[in-house]
Design a protein around this ligand. Sequence first.
Ligand SMILES: NC(=O)c1ccc[n+]([C@@H]2O[C@H](COP(=O)([O-])OP(=O)(O)OC[C@H]3O[C@@H](n4cnc5c(N)ncnc54)[C@H](O)[C@@H]3O)[C@@H](O)[C@H]2O)c1
Length: 328
Amino acid sequence: MTGVYSLNLSGKPMNISVTGGAGYIGSLLVKKLVEDGHEVVSIDNLTNGDYGNLRSLGIHKKAELLVGDIRDAKFIEDVITGSDAIVHLAAIPGLVKCKERPEEATSTNVYGTYRVLEAARKLDIGKVVFCSSAAVYGTPVEMPVTERHSLRPMNLYGVTKLAGEKLMEIYHENYEIETMSLRFGNVFGVGLFTNFDTVIPKFVRMGLNEDDLTVYGDGTSSRDFVHVEDIAQAVVLSLRSSDKGGEVFNVGGETMEIGALAELVAESVRSATGRRIGITHLPPRPGEAKEFSYDLEKIKELLGYRSRWSIEHGVAQILEYTRTHLNP
Ligand SMILES: NC(=O)c1ccc[n+]([C@@H]2O[C@H](COP(=O)([O-])OP(=O)(O)OC[C@H]3O[C@@H](n4cnc5c(N)ncnc54)[C@H](O)[C@@H]3O)[C@@H](O)[C@H]2O)c1
């Protein structure tokens, strides 16, 4: 369940730079940090993001929403001067986009991450929180997956995220920056908006359009699904923590098989609209792990993280949002 939680960082206002602040996760985080009284600078080149949602809430009057590229050393060093911490979200996210645009993906996710760390080193910024992914693990050989599991990414996205994590580790060891890497599961839910490229909102939209829900494989593939509000919670707990430099954390919510998820969405659409939705199976997609579930003990114990959103509650939220905003 949701529950309201404070994002207050021990009551002390901080200067925080957020890369990718116009994106799905970044825009929610910028809003929450501003609401809690922090000085926020967002950097985004708007290749995938849009400041429209933050502007419509008036956040542009309270935070700097800048357009620029993390690979532009002069720009980034100019704008993050004076920050206490950086949350580094800017990336080409997901295996499909990285496969389609390998040059941009490698350049942004690896070189761009290096530029962010270099800026932190030169400007003496003490903390960098890096947004990584479950894609660094590849196909799990032991479940649930702990942070000590072997790292064998199966696609370019996972490789770029692993490279980013290694850069974080080295900058912590060599330059004593307190870097932390957060390995997000599949993020879902409505923040300032929802991302329709991912499976839960896609299913909801298909269902509302009265299309069959398409499941790749036999439906027994499983994933960890974590609500975007819980992701914001994990980032804030990381900003608030001390002495966790060089650490990596799984950030997850609830595990579900894709077939069960399709049934849950079909049932939710049926009870909301009275329409019966079918489920169609397609061949499995290459480069994707079959089963995946997270062990979340480390982040619970060391950062006090608790997932507050069930998949069922998140599906209801997306259904309501999609019916209101997209009117399918
Ligand atoms: N959404 C998920 O399911 C998920 C899962 C695991 C990890 N992550 C990670 O979380 C982060 C945020 O993901 P998201 O879902 O909000 O994606 P998003 O695409 O909505 O946000 C990323 C933002 O980065 C910006 N950006 C891209 N290249 C840039 C560059 N060179 N310079 C400046 N800005 C640039 C984009 O315009 C976009 O606004 C990413 O690092 C992603 O890999 C996301």
